[in-house]
Design a binder for this molecule. Structure first.
Ligand code: SF4
Ligand code: SF4
Length: 387
C-alpha cells in the first residue's frame, strides 16, 4: 500500500497543531517524527519495537497533520496501516482490543451488563479494574436506558421530509438526551425521524486499535442499515462517526453515506429571533474531526451568534479524548485536557458538537454547563424562538 510518505520533505508544517507534540514537545511525539518512522516501517527498514509501537499508538488520529501537509500526505491512513500490522505487539492493548471488539459487536448487551455492574458496584467493584477504572475516572453515570434499541420512527402529521439519525455509541449509551433533543427539534420542524434498526459502532475505535477487519464488518452493517433508507439527510451527533461513515468508509469498503451531515450543517439555515440565551458568554469547542475531517467550524458559530450568544474567541485545540487514546495514555490525555480547561475558564458555558469531547471536558468542568449544540438548538426551537 502506498501512502506517498516518500514525498515528505520533512518541512514540519504538520507539527503545528499536533496535540501530542504540543503537550510532549519532543520530535518523536510530533506528526513529522511519526512520518519518519512510518516511512521506514512501511519500507521494511524498521522492525517492530516498543518505541515504534508507542509512537504509532500514541497518535490521536485527529487528522490535523493531514490538513496541514502542503503535499497532501495522508498521515493517518499510513498510521492505520501501521497499527494493523502492530496491533498485537502490546499485550495490554491486545486485551483491550478484544474486549472492545466484543463489547461493540453486541453493544446493547454490553450496555446492560455495564449498567448492572454499575448498580452493584458497592458489592462487586468491577469499576476498580482496568479498563473500567479508566472509564469511571471520567465520572460517567450510565443512563437507565439507551436512546435506541431496534428501529424507531418518530412521526409528525404532515411531514415536510424524512431524516435519519446516526446516534453513535456515546449518544446512544451515555447521553441519550442529546439524541432526544435532536428528535424533538426535527419533529417540531415537521420532519419524520428514523432511528434505523441495525446501527452499530461506526468502527473508528476498532480502526484505531488496528482491527481493520472488524471495522469493515461494522461499516458493512451500517451501510446496510442506512443506505436503503429514503431520507433527506443522515444527521450525526458525533463528528468522528460522521467522518467515518461519510469519508472513512470510502477507503475502507469503497462506499460511504453521502448525505451524512453534522447537526450544525443541517441547522445552519435556522432563523432565530427574540431569543435571550442564558448564560451568554460562550466558547465553542471544535472537535478535531469536525474541523479536520468534515471542514465544519463556521456553521456552529453562526448558529450560536444568531441565537444571541456572546461567542468568545478561543485558541483552537484538542480536548485530549481521542477514543481509546484516553484509556491507553491517561497522563498525556489529561495534560492535553488541562490546556483546554485553562483556555475555557473565561466562558460561562462551553458548547461543542461531540459527545466524547463533552465526556472529557465534563470530567474536569463541574461548575459550568458543557452542552451539545443539538441541546442548545432544541432549547431555541422548543420556546419557538427559531424556525
Ligand atoms: S507537512 Fe507533510 S511534507 Fe512536511 S513534514 Fe509533515 S508530512 Fe512531511
Ligand atoms: S493525527 Fe493528530 S496526533 Fe496524530 S500525528 Fe497527526 S496531528 Fe499528531
Amino acid at each position: 500500500m502506498s501512502f506517498e510518505l516518500n514525498l515528505c520533505v520533512k518541512c514540519g508544517s504538520c507539527k503545528a497543531l499536533c496535540p501530542t507534540y504540543i503537550e510532549d514537545v519532543t520530535e518523536g511525539m510530533s506528526a513529522r517524527g511519526r512520518v519518519v518512522l512510518l516511512e521506514k516501517f512501511h519500507e521494511g527498514k524498521l522492525e517492530p519495537s516498543k518505541k515504534l509501537d508507542e509512537r504509532i499508538f500514541s497518535c490521536m488520529l485527529c487528522g490535523a497533520c493531514n490538513k496541514l501537509c502542503p503535499l497532501g500526505i495522508n498521515v493517518t491512513d499510513a498510521m492505520y496501516e501501521a497499527r494493523n500490522r502492530l496491533r498485537d505487539f502490546n499485550k495490554k492493548r491486545r486485551f483491550l482490543g478484544l474486549g472492545i471488539r466484543l463489547g461493540l459487536k453486541k453493544a446493547s448487551n454490553s450496555f446492560r451488563i455495564l449498567k448492572f455492574f454499575e448498580t452493584i458496584n458497592e458489592m462487586l467493584p468491577v469499576f476498580r479494574i482496568y479498563p473500567f477504572s479508566a472509564i469511571k475516572r471520567m465520572d460517567v453515570t450510565l443512563p437507565d436506558s439507551a436512546l435506541r434499541d431496534g428501529m424507531s420512527i418518530f412521526r409528525v402529521s404532515k411531514p415536510r421530509g424524512r431524516i435519519a439519525i446516526f446516534a453513535g455509541c456515546s449518544v446512544n449509551f451515555i447521553y441519550p438526551n442529546i439524541g432526544r433533543s435532536l428528535i424533538e427539534s426535527l419533529n417540531v420542524m415537521n420532519y419524520d425521524v428514523v432511528l434505523p434498526k441495525g446501527e452499530v459502532c461506526c468502527g473508528a475505535p476498532l480502526m484505531g486499535l488496528g482491527r481493520r477487519e472488524d471495522a469493515v464488518e461494522m461499516a458493512e452493517r451500517n451501510m446496510n442499515a442506512f443506505k436503503k433508507l429514503n431520507v433527506e439527510a443522515v444527521i450525526g451527533l458525533c463528528p468522528t462517526c460522521i467522518d467515518s461513515i461519510k469519508n472513512g468508509y470510502r477507503s475502507l469498503i469503497g462506499d460511504g453515506i453521502d448525505n451524512a451531515v453534522e447537526v450544525s450543517q443541517f441547522f445552519s439555515k435556522l432563523q432565530p429571533s427574540a431569543f435571550s440565551p442564558q448564560p451568554s458568554k460562550v466558547i465553542y469547542h471544535d472537535p478535531c474531526h469536525s474541523i479536520y475531517g468534515l471542514d465544519v467550524s463556521v456553521e456552529p458559530r453562526q448558529i450560536l451568534r444568531s441565537m444571541g450568544f456572546h461567542l468568545m474567541d478561543s485558541e483552537r485545540g484538542c480536548c485530549g479524548f481521542g477514543g481509546t487514546f484516553r484509556l491507553l495514555y491517561q497522563e498525556l490525555s489529561e495534560g492535553i485536557l488541562e490546556k483546554r480547561i485553562e483556555e475555557y475558564k473565561r466562558a460561562d458555558m462551553i458548547v461543542t458538537s461531540c459527545p466524547n469531547c463533552i465526556l472529557q471536558l465534563r470530567s474536569r468542568i463541574k461548575d459550568r454547563p458543557v452542552r451539545h449544540i443539538a441541546e442548545v438548538i432544541n432549547e431555541c426551537i422548543r420556546i419557538k424562538a427559531c424556525n
